[in-house]
Every structure is written in C-alpha cells, then in structure tokens.
Design a binder for this molecule. Structure first.
Ligand SMILES: C[S@@+](CC[C@H](N)C(=O)[O-])C[C@H]1O[C@@H](n2cnc3c(N)ncnc32)[C@H](O)[C@@H]1O
Length: 360
C-alpha cells in the first residue's frame, strides 16, 4: 500500500494514474489553494462524499480561510450552497491548503510525496522570473517542500515541471535542488518525458524527478510498455459539429492530404507559419485555442478542440470530464485545469517503476 500526499494537487492527475494502475494506494492528503482546482479534484475523486463535521456557515468559512484557500472576500460572501460544496471538497479530500502556511505536524505520514509546483515563472511563455529561494515567485514554492521532506522523510518523491526547469537560468536551481535531495539521503533519477512518446498525441515535454530515500535498485524513470495508446481519431468528439472552412493565415507547414484529420496550430504563425500534424501543441492554462482540421474530399475544415477532447489529450477518462462538468465546472475552467495538469499516461509509467521497486 502506497500512502500518498499530493501537493499542488490540481485535478489530481497523480491519483488518476494510481487509480488506472489498479495498485494499492491511499491518498492521505492533498494541498492546493485554487478554488476551481479543489472543486475539480473533488468532482473527479470525491464520489460526492459529505464532510462529517457539523459546522455552521461561519465555521465553514473560517475553516477554508484559515487554510489560505481561495479569495477571502469571495469566501466571506459566498452563498450557502456553494460554500457547502467547497467545504466538502476541502474536508473530504483533506486539502491542507496553502503550502506556505502548512504546519508539517498536520501532514499524515506517507510513502510518496508528489510536488508538481507552479511553472509560471519558469515556462518559456511565462514571466521568466525564475525560482530563486525567497524570491516570492510562484515557482519558488518548490523550496517550501523542504520542510515536508525534512520532517516526513517520505520514501519516494515525485517532482514534475516544465522542461525549462533544467535549462538556461533555471538550471542552477534545478541542480541545487538535486544536490539538496542527495544531501537528504535520496537517490534521484530524472528525465524529460514527452507525452507524445507515451500514447498521447500531444507534444508536452516535462521534467520528472523520482527519488527514493536510501538505495534504489530500479531505474525509476525507465520506460515501460505503453498501456493505453491513442491517436487523433481516439481524441476527436464526433458529436462536435462546429466546423468552419479553413483559410490559412500564413504559410502552411505539414498537410492533411492522406488523412481525414490532423491537429492544427495557427497561433505561432509569425514564427513558424500554420502547422498541421499528428501531434497537438502543448495545452496550456492560458490558451483555449487548440484546433483540429479535417479533409473532406479535398475541402479543408477547422474547429477548436472542445473540453472533452482536451481531457482526452491529458489521458483523463471521459468520466473524469463528465464528473467535472456535472459538478458545475464550465468547459473553460476544465480546459484551464487540463493546461495546468500532467498527462496521466506519463505518471502511470513512472508509478509502475515505483511499484516495481516496492515489490522487489
Ligand atoms: C502545475 S499545477 C499542478 C497540477 C496537478 N499536478 C494536476 O494534476 O492537475 C500547480 C498547482 O499548484 C497550486 N498552487 C499554487 N500556489 C499554491 C500554494 N501556495 N499552495 C498550494 N498549492 C498551490 C495551483 O493552484 C495549481 O493547481
């Protein structure tokens, strides 16, 4: 049994991967501050469970605000029904809230600590402010994980972030972090995983560091057989009818000649021209414009990907999308959740290695 603490939990792609592997696991706590992410997690994994705490509304508000979750004024004004859902989400999923305020004594013991900290200040399209300790940037929240690692000494750790963490001005901090883990007694493995090599037609290169306390006999970032493989036809929602004629904005690279469908990227046209191909560009939280193109008897049509398709491109189950949608999240919110998340297939590959090491 792996007891897991999912920090920066988002929708819980980590938990989806563990669920899909059908191995023994238990999530002992999560931690996030974003209201939408916390609701997404609850709708996906909470099975509609209700808190056992018999709190009145002011006590519920205090419970949420004390954890540094959401916008304080919004929570103070929130209607009773919305408050009830958010309170259930925080309590049922044991969301411990803001990592900067976290009292380590409140964190249950766990075997695996996952920390996919914010990438905004590292990513090539982000602020580029970096992640120096004490800089106050969102990406510098990485250093908050030290108190958890030092006090709980989890057997396994999993870091995930954008590839840029390993290069340019971020490279020093990345290697300082690896040295730190080494000093703490961890054996570390890291690799850039691109979702397109793990059965999902999306370019999404991400660095993953997997660590084990003490010696380790398994290469924790090795590739395993891809368990679920999807191509563009598996991603497409054939109920979607909103196609319009494709009129290229600039030079077209790639073609859809011998196929019916391809992904289309017409946003970076100044740099690259309109690109057509079998892999979708990286989904990001700030973008909802990813597109596909189809060839119908030589006539080309385009449309934007919908939220169900975006979920499929992250390796989520369709039921994960419907649970969020039925829970009341908008398609725009769900796409943002996807953009911030981790491709489930990649996590399944890595968790398989951890279970292999556990079963030696
Ligand atoms: C890159 S996303 C991780 C997504 C996640 N791995 C998933 O499966 O969807 C980073 C998350 O960190 C959360 N976050 C930002 N600041 C935080 C803080 N101070 N404490 C805890 N979580 C925080 C964000 O709300 C966001 O959901």
């Amino acid at each position: 049994m792996l007891r897991v603490f999912e920090a920066f939990s988002g929708v819980g792609a980590q938990r989806m991967a563990l669920r899909n592997l059908k191995e023994d696991y238990r999530i002992v706590a999560t931690c996030d501050i974003d209201e939408t992410a916390i609701l997404a997690y609850y709708y996906t994994h909470g099975n509609n469970k209700k808190s056992r705490k018999k709190y009145d509304d002011p006590k519920k508000r205090k419970f949420i605000i004390d954890r540094g979750i959401g916008n304080k004024n919004k929570i103070l004004k929130m209607g009773s029904d919305s408050l009830d859902v958010l309170f259930n989400a925080v309590d049922v999923c044991n969301n411990l809230g803001d990592i900067t305020k976290l009292d380590v004594n409140k964190i249950p013991d766990h075997d695996l600590f996952t920390y996919s900290f914010p990438c905004q200040d590292i990513s090539s399209v982000g602020t580029k402010k970096g992640l120096d300790a004490g800089s106050g940037t969102r990406s510098s929240l990485l250093w908050e994980c030290q108190k958890i690692i030092e006090s709980k000494k989890p057997k396994y750790l999993l870091l995930e972030n954008v590839k840029n963490l390993t290069t340019g001005k971020n490279k020093k901090n990345f290697h300082d972090w690896l040295d730190y883990l080494d000093d703490q007694g961890y054996t570390n493995y890291w690799k850039i995983f691109d979702a397109k090599d793990y059965g999902i037609p999306q370019r999404r290169p991400r660095v993953i560091v997997v660590s084990k306390y003490g010696e380790c006999n398994t290469n924790l970032v090795k590739d395993n057989d891809v368990l679920v493989s999807k191509n563009i036809e598996d991603i497409i929602d054939f109920n979607e009818k909103d196609w319009k004629k494709f009129v290229p904005k600039s030079k077209v690279r790639g073609s859809v000649k011998n196929k019916h469908y391809a992904f289309l990227d017409d946003r970076d046209w100044k740099l690259n021209g309109v690109m057509i191909g079998k892999y979708c560009s990286t989904q990001r939280a700030g973008r909802t414009g990813l597109k596909i193109i189809k060839n119908e008897n030589g006539q080309l049509f385009e449309r934007k990907l919908n939220a169900l398709e975006c979920c499929r491109l992250m390796g989520y189950d369709d039921s994960d999308y419907y649970n969020m949608k039925n829970g009341n999240l908008t398609d725009g919110q769900i796409m943002k959740i996807c953009g911030n998340s981790i491709v489930v297939n990649v996590l399944m590959n890595v968790f398989k290695n951890i279970y292999e090491e556990e079963n030696l």
